[in-house]
Write a protein that binds this ligand. Structure first.
Ligand code: FAD
Length: 546
């Protein structure tokens, strides 16, 4: 048994690291338990050059663009996580084996990596406002100080434009990243048609990104090499693994891997906690003891640990995931025009459709140009023979904009997870079933029509709407939600697991529903709130003891 007089934090993702910072800053010993897979293969083989230079001159480029085992060439449909290029594939390593899922209706992606899903995230970092949080048991004022401190720590860039209020203010905002030619052309048209767009409830603005336009500590400003889906060399885009390394500078912080946490058990009449974990290399089971436990193993991973620990196998809990549609469009004014080579790979601008007569709920979309994910992936989607497809897509590429549309998601009886106990001594399986009611799907389709109508006014012609499947947004929440009323398998608004004295949840599991906006900045802000809450409680207890 390993003892710590402080706190065990499970996971090393965006949420876990955000919860750990206030604890270690308060001088509390923290033991972070994580499976912690890393890429030990590709990082070293990608030269520090731009996409164009590499495509033009690197004889070894096939290794990272296609993969040593051609794992970057999708032989089925490319639908979920198309950005997970060969150097990012480690994110999903071992998940199927160690944390299996049974589902035919949910394309869930889980990670056992150092840094979790954030090792490949698109870095859209926006705040929820009181409209988004209207049915949460907390308000913006509860999160505001933590949005501010997380943004200062990870570095967020963006502009004071039409989305500024909707994306939330923060005093440390860095200037926005440069637009590429396509993004600049579309935003320029928006400027000229702003009144008509706003009349439709549509607002556009520069991307709000956890990506640096100015150096921050050891991390460098964006190089505009267009290699963000492959390499983290200059560390412009925030990855939670950088935060783990920062935490390791504190002498009372320990990062222990590869441990798959299985269950917890309160001890000493609710004064302490024991955590059982599998050492995934040796197969040994070990126990760790601490005063508090903060679980941030990802929305699904946390549900597994809670349900197993409370012996609630076969008990359905909710799940929410932003419904996602992507729409390739041709921006006609750019047809046949040359574009700047200098660009980043992340989203160029954001779009919000406000609720009103045309849409019942707020919708959030992101617009991407297409280049470094390579032509062959979209040629597969085109209704043309491969050779003709390449020819046509090459001509169209500079005017190609992909709109990724996210909708709000609320719990429903048709969206459930159930943990099933393994009968053969293998890992338990999480069964996920997900279906949105038809009226909700109809509402989403009509909101998409409004957005696409507005986009036509900006010269963007939609080619087709693609529904990559439930769960494809890779935004998950709601399995053990925070609620005001005292119900089992929920947390308090402070994220303390009901029925326990020492266990706190600090990831998407606690969000009662998902607003349309990207969730991760909120996960980090809320996790820091949990870390502060736990550190104050321990300091208070310390004061009582002395
Ligand atoms: C391609 C892609 C693009 C995305 N783009 C965006 C975006 O632009 N904006 C946005 O807001 N969100 C985006 N997301 C979603 C975002 O990445 C996640 O919301 C966020 O990373 C979740 O962080 P987390 O720490 O809560 O959980 P996770 O990232 O899932 O981390 C879970 C951690 O727990 C560990 N773990 C799991 N189970 C156990 C266990 N039993 N024992 C020990 N350790 C365990 C894992 O190793 C991992 O470290 C994207 C995701 C992907 C994949």
């Amino acid at each position: 048994m390993r003892l710590t007089d402080g706190v065990i934090v499970v996971g090393s993702g965006a949420s876990a690291t955000a919860a750990a910072f206030p604890l270690v800053r308060a001088g509390i010993p923290v033991l972070m338990l994580d499976v912690g897979n890393v890429d030990d293969h590709y990082a070293a083989v990608i030269p520090e050059k731009s996409f164009t230079e590499l495509r033009g001159s690197d004889p070894g480029q096939h290794r990272y663009f296609l993969g040593d085992d051609f794992e970057g060439v999708p032989f089925g449909q490319v639908r979920v996580g198309a950005q997970l290029t060969p150097p990012r594939r480690f994110i999903q390593r071992d998940a199927e084996r160690l944390t299996p899922m049974n589902t035919s209706t949910f394309a869930g992606v889980e990670s056992l990596a150092k840094g979790g899903l954030g090792a490949g995230w698109g870095a859209v970092a926006v705040q929820f406002d009181d409209h988004d949080l209207r049915d949460f048991p907390i308000r913006l004022r509860d999160l505001a100080p933590y949005y501010e401190s997380v943004a200062a720590r990870i570095g967020v860039s963006g502009a004071a434009d039409d989305l500024h209020e909707r994306y939330g203010n923060c005093s440390c905002l860095q200037p926005p990243l440069e637009l590429d030619s396509l993004g600049a052309s579309i935003l320029d048209r928006y400027e000229k048609r702003r009144a008509a767009m706003n009349q439709m409830g549509v607002y556009l603005g520069r991307a709000r990104l956890a990506a640096l336009s100015r150096d921050l500590g050891v991390r460098r400003a964006q190089s505009y090499h267009d290699m963000d889906f492959y390499s983290d060399r200059e560390q412009s885009v925030f990855r939670p693994a950088f935060a783990v390394d920062e935490l390791r500078q504190f002498p009372h912080f320990v990062y222990a891997k590869p441990y798959l946490v299985e269950r917890f058990c309160e001890t000493d009449g609710g004064q302490g906690i024991e955590v059982a974990a599998l050492h995934t290399e040796s197969g040994r089971r070990e126990t760790f003891k601490a005063r508090r436990l903060v679980i941030a193993a990802g929305t699904l991973g946390t549900a597994r640990i809670v349900l197993r620990s409370l012996e609630r196998y076969d008990t359905p809990v909710p799940i929410v995931s932003n419904p996602y549609t992507y729409v390739p469009c041709i921006h006609l004014p750019m047809l046949g025009k040359a574009v700047k080579d200098r660009r980043h790979s992340l989203t160029q601008f954001g779009v919000i459709l406000e609720p009103g007569p045309r849409s019942a709920r707020r919708v959030h979309a992101q617009a991407y140009s297409y280049r470094s994910l390579l032509l062959f992936k979209i040629v597969k989607e085109a209704p043309l023979p491969v050779a003709e497809g390449f020819h046509v897509m090459r001509e169209l590429m500079n005017s190609f904009v992909i709109l990724g549309i996210h909708h709000e998601d609320r719990p429903a009886v048709t969206k459930r997870c159930v943990l099933r106990k393994a009968k053969d001594g293998g890992p338990d399986r999480l069964e996920v079933s997900y279906k949105n009611p038809q009226d909700v799907e109809r509402e989403q389709a009509s909101a998409e029509k409004v957005l696409l109508k507005a986009f036509r006014k900006l010269g963007c012609w939609p080619l087709k709407r693609i529904h990559p499947g439930n769960g494809a947004s890779i935004h998950y929440g709601g399995t053990v939600p925070m609620t005001s009323e005292d119900r089992e398998l929920t947390t308090t608004p402070e994220c303390q697991l009901r029925g326990t004295s020492t266990v706190f949840l600090a990831d998407g599991s606690v969000l009662p529903y998902l607003p349309a906006k990207a969730l991760t900045l909120t996960l980090m802000a809320n996790a820091e709130r949990v870390g502060v809450r736990v550190s104050r409680e321990l300091a208070w207890k310390e004061g009582q003891r002395s």
